[in-house]
Design a protein around this ligand. Structure first.
Ligand SMILES: [Zn+2]
Ligand SMILES: [Zn+2]
Length: 350
C-alpha cells in the first residue's frame, strides 16, 4: 500500500483561533499542479481574517501569497514539470459567464467557488487547472521566491492604478500605506504622478518616501487630513485623484473630499458589510466628481504584475521583513497587524 504523506498547514477556526494541523499532501488531478511551497507572505487580508473571519464557513485553510517548486503535475499539464520554480496567483476567471464576456473578469461569477486557492500557509498547495492555465508563471533564476510571492497583491494594486485616470505630473493621494497602499505609491510614481501618501505609521510613511512619495501626511498627528492634503496642492484646489487603500468608510469620505473639481476617487479598500458614506450631491454634480470601486484583479493585470516583478520595479527588500516558521504563524500575522513591518515571510524547511 502507498504510504500517506503528510504536511503541515494553517487552518482558521474562528476569530483569533488559528491552528497548525497535519493533513495529507494533495494529489494532482487532470490539469492541476501541486506546489511545494518555499515561502508564503502575510497580507492585510490574513490580518482581517484572523481578527473577524472571512467569506467562508470555518474551518478553512489560510494564506494566498506563496511561491515554490512544482511537486506533481496532473494529466495533461504540459507547461510545467516537476522541479520548476513557479508562482501561482490565487484566482482565475471562467471566461464564460456574462461578466467575463463583458471583459469584467474580477466580477466573474465563478471566481471564488472552485477556482480560488486558499491555503498557501502550507508545505504543499494544490493549484486548480484554470489557474494553471491562466495565472501561473515560471520564476526566472534571478528572481527569489519572496519577490515572486508578491504577485497577488501587486496585481491588485496594478489593476487599481490602471482604473485610475491621471496624467504625468498630476497629484495623486494614497490613503493608507499598508503593503498594497505602498505598491500604489510606487506604481503611481512610476506612472509619473506626484504622490502624497497618508498613514498613521511613521515606519510606513518612511517607506512611502523611499518608494517615491513626494509628500507624506501622518494622520495620527493631524486634526484635519483633508485640509492638510489640500494645502499640498496649488491654491488648495485638491488632488487630481485620491485612492482609498484602508478599507474604512471614514477614509472613503476623506478621500472623496480631498479631490479637486473634475477629479477622481478610487474606492479600493474593502470595508466591513453594511457600511455607508454620505455624499454631498450638490458637490458631486457641480464638481463633476467620479467615484469608482475596484475589486481584486484580472489575468491582464496579473500578467502585468509579473512583468513588473521581473523588472524589479517593486522589490521584496522593501516589502518583506522577518522570516518565521509555520508554527509561528500567529506571531507573524500579529507583527504585520502592528505596522512595525510591511510584510512577514513564512519559510519552509525541507
Ligand atoms: Zn494578499
Ligand atoms: Zn466568468
Amino acid at each position: 500500500m502507498e504510504e500517506v504523506k503528510k504536511m503541515k498547514r494553517v487552518m482558521f477556526y474562528g476569530p483569533k483561533d488559528i491552528r497548525v494541523e497535519e493533513s495529507e499532501i494533495p494529489k494532482a488531478k487532470a490539469g492541476e499542479v501541486i506546489i511545494k511551497n518555499k515561502v508564503t507572505l502575510t497580507c492585510g487580508t490574513d490580518v482581517k481574517t484572523y481578527m473577524r473571519g472571512y467569506r467562508y464557513e470555518p474551518p478553512f485553510p489560510m494564506g494566498h501569497e506563496a511561491a515554490g517548486i512544482v511537486y506533481e503535475v496532473g494529466e495533461g499539464v504540459t507547461t510545467f514539470k516537476v522541479g520548476d520554480r513557479v508562482v501561482a496567483h490565487n484566482s482565475a476567471p471562467c471566461n464564460k459567464c456574462y461578466y467575463c464576456k463583458k471583459g469584467q473578469h474580477s466580477m466573474c461569477v465563478d471566481l471564488f467557488q472552485n477556482q480560488f486557492t486558499n491555503g498557501a500557509y502550507a508545505q504543499y498547495q494544490k493549484i486548480p487547472a484554470r489557474i494553471v492555465e491562466q495565472n501561473m508563471f515560471h520564476v526566472p533564476d534571478n528572481m527569489n521566491y519572496k519577490q515572486a510571492a508578491l504577485l497577488e497583491p501587486l496585481s491588485c494594486a496594478i489593476y487599481g492604478v490602471d482604473e485610475t485616470p491621471f496624467d504625468i505630473g498630476d497629484t495623486v493621494c494614497i490613503n493608507g500605506c499598508g503593503p498594497i497602499g505602498l505598491m500604489f505609491v510606487r506604481m503611481c510614481y512610476l506612472r509619473g504622478a506626484r504622490v502624497i501618501a497618508c498613514d498613521l505609521s511613521e515606519t510606513r510613511l518612511e517607506k512611502a518616501r523611499i518608494l517615491g512619495a513626494a509628500e507624506t501626511v501622518n494622520v495620527s498627528e493631524t486634526k484635519d487630513q483633508v485640509a492638510d492634503v489640500r494645502k499640498l496642492t496649488e491654491d488648495g484646489r485638491g488632488v487630481d485623484a485620491a485612492i482609498e487603500a484602508a478599507g474604512l468608510p471614514e477614509v472613503w469620505n476623506m478621500a472623496l473630499n480631498m479631490v479637486r473639481p473634475g477629479g477622481f476617487m478610487l474606492a479600493f479598500g474593502g470595508t466591513k458589510k453594511d457600511q455607508t458614506i454620505a455624499i454631498d450631491t450638490y458637490k458631486m454634480h457641480y464638481e463633476q466628481l467620479t467615484i469608482k470601486g475596484v475589486f481584486h484583479t484580472t489575468p491582464k493585470h496579473v500578467n502585468a504584475a509579473f512583468e513588473m516583478l521581473k523588472m524589479n520595479a517593486i522589490s521584496e527588500k522593501d516589502f518583506v521583513q522577518n522570516e518565521y516558521q509555520i508554527e509561528d504563524i500567529e506571531k507573524a500575522i500579529l507583527e504585520h497587524a502592528s505596522g512595525k513591518v510591511i510584510k512577514n515571510a513564512i519559510i519552509y524547511n525541507d
